[in-house]
Design a protein around this ligand. Structure first.
Ligand SMILES: C[S@@+](CC[C@H](N)C(=O)[O-])C[C@H]1O[C@@H](n2cnc3c(N)ncnc32)[C@H](O)[C@@H]1O
Length: 335
């Protein structure tokens, strides 16, 4: 849960959601996990909504990550005390999207919207305003007011923005960004089922120009750079792999290289607060500077990221004396 730290007792919950090896995941386990990651969707589901929509944020939080400050350490071996979950495994997502495809084919359902439709809409409209501000040379100290530009002006500024959605799932965030005026849209996911579903949905919804590719962000084959990179829930999932800490480092390296100079990353997480994400990026920058300094004569002008803005309109609540919100959306700018 973004903004909320787990208390000591919660570690027991985390232990319960430790990942099973991929080939040991039973259908029962899978359906329990699916129940817990399925935040309310307005897009249709065959399962019993009352039963199945246990909060995915709770599930990811229950399998919470260690503090991002730890990532600055030199530990390279798998993180034995890090919290893991089935949601960190590709086998989990392959099985989940196989089910979603059946639901789509039999019932026309689009599947789950990670963190819910409200968050998706906020992310899309906030991102649009942010990109328009940056296009106009306004560095935002961002107030969430997505109505500041007319739709016409929006389209003018946004047509030049190439967009990459990492771990796109059913691709609905890209559809929402398309409605906001972005037109050069690419989604990647390492699960073939996700890409199959996303393509089917985009065709059905009259958006065949969105590009979808099977690609693992940690071993990406993409050769182009993007002005805008978005991630909703994917870093959270990556961090839940048994080697999550190392994979998060690879993630930042890969993402920063896929961003064009002056490009923006908009990342939405239920497992890290805004402050934690900013700290994680800062640690990553420092680590990278150290590596470059160690390599004498190295010409690698590795990209650096800096905090740009964050969504301030998500509802907050008190928990254990701290104020937090269920999700955090943070934007970073590449140099
Ligand atoms: C929590 S879901 C979010 C899906 C989508 N972004 C959304 O908001 O609905 C995480 C997604 O990340 C994908 N994923 C996880 N690790 C990945 C990786 N290394 N490369 C590409 N996709 C990945 C999963 O297949 C899954 O679709």
């Amino acid at each position: 849960m973004a903004g909320i730290r787990l208390g000591p007792d919660d570690s027991e919950i985390s232990q319960q959601s430790r990942a099973a090896p991929a080939d040991l995941i039973s259908d029962d386990d899978r359906s329990v996990a699916a129940d817990s990651w399925s935040i309310k969707s307005d897009y249709g589901s065959t399962l019993d909504d009352d039963q199945r929509h246990a909060d995915a944020a709770e599930d990811l939080s229950a399998a919470n990550l260690r503090a991002p400050s730890d990532y600055s350490s030199d530990k390279e071996e798998p993180d034995s005390d890090g919290m893991t979950s089935m949601l960190g495994l590709q086998s989990y997502w392959d099985a989940a999207y196989a089910d979603e495809l059946v639901n789509f084919r039999e019932h026309g359902h689009a599947g789950e919207v990670w963190f819910g439709a409200d968050v998706m809409e906020v992310v899309a409209s906030w991102t649009k305003t942010l990109c328009i501000d940056v296009s106009q040379g306004r560095m935002p100290n961002h107030v969430d007011n997505s109505k500041s530009e007319s739709a016409e002006q929006g389209y003018k500024f946004l047509s030049g923005w190439s967009v990459l959605d990492i771990g796109t799932g059913n691709g609905l965030l890209l559809q929402e960004l398309s409605k906001q005026g972005f037109s050069d849209l690419t989604g990647i996911d390492y699960s073939e089922g996700a890409i199959d579903l996303a393509r089917n949905l985009a065709d059905r919804d009259g958006l065949p120009n969105i590009h979808f590719l099977v690609d693992d962000i940690l071993e990406t084959k993409l050769e182009r750079q993007f002005q805008l990179v978005v991630d909703k829930g994917t870093l959270d999932a990556i961090g839940l792999h048994p080697d999550g800490a190392i994979k998060r480092l690879i993630y930042w390296d890969s993402v920063s290289r896929l961003m064009a100079p002056g490009g923006i990353l908009v990342i939405t997480s239920c497992n890290s607060t805004k402050e934690e994400l900013v700290q994680e990026v800062e640690n990553f920058n420092q680590r990278r500077i150290g590596v470059i300094q160690d390599q004498e004569g190295c010409k690698d002008t590795a990209p650096q990221l800096q905090y740009l803005s964050h969504v301030r309109t998500y509802p907050t609540f008190m928990f254990g004396g701290s104020v937090g919100s269920r999700v955090a959306t943070v934007a970073f700018l590449r140099n």
